[in-house]
Design a protein around this ligand. Structure first.
Ligand SMILES: [Zn+2]
Ligand SMILES: [Zn+2]
Length: 135
């Protein structure tokens, strides 16, 4: 083989490897769920989707991950995660958002996923003093 041909093949191979890692980064391991026909659960999901859409319209749902979290809607009625992950040096978010960032599924550019600390906002009283502190 001529030298340029070999070089071309090496470049193609390199691009292939790089794009494999790039595109598989946010992927999850395959896992399965069973579809439920529980009507109460269906109602909760629909209500939750409606609530989140409504809060978003009012500017009260500013999430930081590709699929807006549900944790903040359920426990707090608003989502402050976009603001909280953007605070350089004290990045934090709810458990759902932190887990998504861990899988590189965040949507805010320039955030270091490894810097994000999980907080439950005092909802469960898990902080140092064990107090609940609703805002
Ligand atoms: Zn978020
Ligand atoms: Zn959240």
């Amino acid at each position: 083989m001529k030298k340029p041909t070999v070089l071309f093949l090496i470049i193609c191979f390199g691009i292939g490897i790089l794009s494999y890692y790039y595109f598989s980064e946010g992927n999850e391991p395959e896992a399965f769920y069973s579809v439920t026909t529980n009507t109460k659960l269906e109602m909760i999901r629909n209500d939750l989707a409606e609530l989140k859409a409504d809060l978003k319209k009012k500017g009260k749902y500013n999430c930081c991950i590709k699929n807006d979290c549900s944790w903040c809607a359920i426990y707090m009625g608003h989502c402050p995660c976009e603001d909280l992950v953007s605070r350089k040096g004290s990045e934090k978010s709810c458990p759902e958002c932190a887990a998504a960032w861990n899988k590189k599924q965040g949507k805010i550019p320039g955030i270091d996923p490894d810097a994000i600390q999980v907080t439950t906002f005092g909802v469960f009283g898990l902080e140092k003093e064990g107090h609940h502190h609703p805002d």
